[in-house]
Ligand binder design. Sequence first.
Ligand code: AMP
Ligand code: MG
Length: 579
Amino acid sequence: MWGPLVPWTVAWAAWAAAAGRAVPEAAGASRACGRAPLCLNESSLQQGCCERERGAASFSAWGLSSESLLDPFPIDPIQENYVRNVRNCIFSVAYPTPFKSRVLLVAVSKEVLEDILDLDISVKEKVDFLQFVSGEKVTPGSVPLAHRYGGHQFGIWAGQLGDGRAHLIGVYTNRHGERWELQLKGSGKTPYSRNGDGRAVLRSSVREFLCSEAMHYLGIPTSRAASLVVSDDDVWRDQFYNGNIKKERGAIVLRLAKSWFRIGSLEILARSGELDLQRRLLDFVIQEHFPSIAVNDSNRYLEFYSTVVLQTANLIALWMSVGFAHGVCNTDNFSLLSITIDYGPFGFMDSYDPNFVPNTSDDERRYKIGNQANVGLFNLNKLLQALKPLLDPRQKQLASQILEEYGKHYYIRFTELFKTKLGLLGENEDDNYLIAFLLKLMEDTKADFTMTFRQLSESTEDQLKELHIPEEFWALQDLAKHKLFSEWVTRYLLRLNRNKGDSDTKRRRRMATVNPRYVLRNWIAESAIRKANLNDFSEVHLLQQVLQHPFQRQQAAEKAGYSQRPPAWAKDLKVSCSS
Ligand code: AMP
Ligand code: MG
């Protein structure tokens, strides 16, 4: 099925004919590439090849489609790949630019391949698959697209942004009937690349690959990651914006989401007065992703807005419940489906600190962890501004009232999650106080966020009663240094006694399913990245395994120190926007 000229031309020709346009020449990305051989090690090609071919035979018949994105929307009529201001469309056709050098497939997510993409894990051995995930070939029937969006960056309208280094390579509907949009990130320039090179480096790709999957296993709505490819192509980055430009290696993540539309997808259309197109986009999003909203309901945009407000509050409360700071909460990084997208300089907080800022480029500390809920409000207000031209005066007023409720939704969800983290059942008017009291003790003592909750889950009531904190409970030992610790414990134990039908064993078991033992701390990611830079991907693989079961104690993770106090060098770690 994989011809030297990929049969995307068939789909393209059909679309172009319908649109009355000439069929363009095949872009470089779709040609069989006459460059250095792709790296499947030779022995794997010689021995056992036939076996693997059999195992992954289905890949030649597997494919994506772009119809569901090409049909409803006008496409940018310009087909050349150069940076420009684009209008009157949602997507531009843009082909990935293959790397020039050797390409290695260094990690895949078995679950994503098998459970979402219906592929056998053995597909990772196939040359075609490597060509697919590295942007060298597109599957028959798909037309790669770059999405036009805008956004408010750090509070200021930034104009056109768009997929500057991502290609939406098609849609896959799997055996469960789920529709997934596949994107390559780091796959070359598009009309939206502005001054960028269209690439992503290995360190940030490792982080996105690992973290998006980790978030999924923590139960947090997120994009997923199927594969990680690294090349030997030079990519130049000034990692800390201090003039120290260094050569790094280009990498590509194949990532998936039910939809990649963002608040910025609507903002750009509202700003440029393309209201008909905005309506079409909204109707599409509602029809595809908000099944409870009737597409012909005159209040559908209001209902859509109300759902996004609720779900965004939920998402941010979930982030807070695991100590996750996104790092760049611009409106272009906020999904209309309220899933976590665009992993950049994110961070899981070690010591509890509401002022924790994972992104060292964020001088104003705008996206500090304690400000995420406020930033959610800011972004939802920008969404409201974008929707206003489509609402009548009564709906506008109702939409403003919906937004006013955001804080309440957030607070309710935050409280629910933290009550669950503390193993509290039922209602008690002092629950918020108990939570706030604990967080204040954690802040004062700089206790570790993740392990304080985990070690509370692992402590028996008797241990707490006697204020006997075993040495291995290092986070609780830090917390216990606070002079009000025993007062908090007394209140906590009294509250646990009010849990109806509970036992200490049940409480600990319950808490251990919501308080992770392992999260992708910066130092852990950094350790894996340092090895990956030396072509040792063993820690990436280990982390994939560990983070798939964040609530289960695992020997390999314990040996690696992932539940231990972060090493001293972790304090000096910096993550910037550069990626
Ligand atoms: P981000 O901060 O990664 O969410 O990106 C913000 C905007 O910058 C988006 O429009 C990206 O596509 C674009 N962008 C970021 N890095 C690059 C790059 N290396 N090349 C081209 N565009 C980029
Ligand atoms: Mg982004």
